[in-house]
Write a protein that binds this ligand. Sequence first.
Ligand SMILES: [Fe+2]
Ligand SMILES: [Fe+2]
Length: 162
Amino acid sequence: MQISENITKMINGQIKAEFESAYLYQDIANYYYEKGLHGFASWFQVQAKEEVEHAEKFIAYLHQEGKNVVLGDIKKLGKDYASLEEPLQIQIDHEALVTSLIHAIYAAARKEDDFRTESFLVWFVDEQAEEEEHSRNLLQEFKFAEKADALIDLDRALAERK
Ligand SMILES: [Fe+2]
Ligand SMILES: [Fe+2]
């Protein structure tokens, strides 16, 4: 028994969304690097790598199910952020969007009695809860640090993420 064409299509869409996340976070990493906030840059670089790992998990799942992987177009990014704070809000909005995509696949799997996909997606459902929390925390920390004139300290703390 293999997963349906509908689920396959949605997972291919998710592979694209994960690569788009990686592309976005790489763009943000480049932006911070060029602004001289190298800790922020490094933090987003790690974030971008994690998103590639997410794409790889979905790809491996389609391989396991004997389904074809189709890589979609990824749009050009401009790095035209209005302020140092803006990418942090963009990250929050982006993670909320990704959560809704994963929940939509989960709901579709449930409707089809596709227990295997449901089980596979549990890790991602939990991961999104973490990513949403972390992105909210980062924006809050940024605001505190900015007020306290301590952005450079936060930058050094973010450089620690492996
Ligand atoms: Fe992801
Ligand atoms: Fe993410």
